[in-house]
Write a protein that binds this ligand. Sequence first.
Ligand SMILES: [Zn+2]
Length: 306
Amino acid sequence: MSKMYLGVDIGGTAVKLGLVDDTGAVLRRAERSVSFDGYKTPILDTVQAAIRDFLAQDPPAVAGIGVSATGQIDSRRGVVAGTCGNFPGWIGVKIKDTLEREFNLPVTVANDANCMLLGEVWAGAAKGYTDVIGVTLGTGVGGGILTGGHLLEGARGLGGELGHYRLHALDGVVCTCGAIGCYERYAATTALVRGAKSAGLELPDGRAIFEAVAAGNARAAAVLDRWIDEVAQGLAGLVHIFNPQLILVGGGVSAQQKLLIDPLAEKVRSSVMPAFAQGLEIQAAALQNDAGLVGAVYYFLQNAPQ
Ligand SMILES: [Zn+2]
């Protein structure tokens, strides 16, 4: 019988749990809100209760816990090193030590965007690739970089934070991190919505904008095109640094193959030096909701003392 692991994906609003086997298949899932009382209950308390309940049902012999967590995660120590101020009480939380003590199992912790990329590498759209840039376009921008088959972590595990790569530092929009002109402020779906608003369009979210474009609204199409330009320019800069085979795009908008992935691929390829465009693929992520917890288990398998 194959070994089983618990994957835990701690997001800003919910924690997802999954029983994952050693091939990356998810056998059972659960989800619980972490923001139900406006974070009065500390996030990690909710996570611990959710794990306890999950392991109590039909108890599997779990060999370890891989955690994917929101925020800047010091993966060497398994501690939350920073946030952009969104989650009260999250900075300094000792995820690894607390869970190891409580469940008497080995635990690893890594950043959620890095785990999403690893999930895709293990069991999703990036399987078999060694050099990948993962970018998740949502209310913020998450990122992860695989180079030479290894996750780029940096000195503390904080690496790959594409969202705060500064593209408009001199005249840009203020970011949640306090800096000016971060990529996230231009490439997140919130930037697309902001663009629609300043063009005088009453389209409240990304979905409405894509629907308007699909229905032939030329002003919405111009707003979308401008946004894809911003997404593409950031990626083009990274292509020159990392020379990836694949750029993997995640987030709800990545389902828009014709209106997003195809034009984005075209813009990235035409914005890089020709040699960098050769063989460069741009694809939508495959695992979506499971990617974080599956990748957390893959991180565990690669990093936990066995
Ligand atoms: Zn920023």
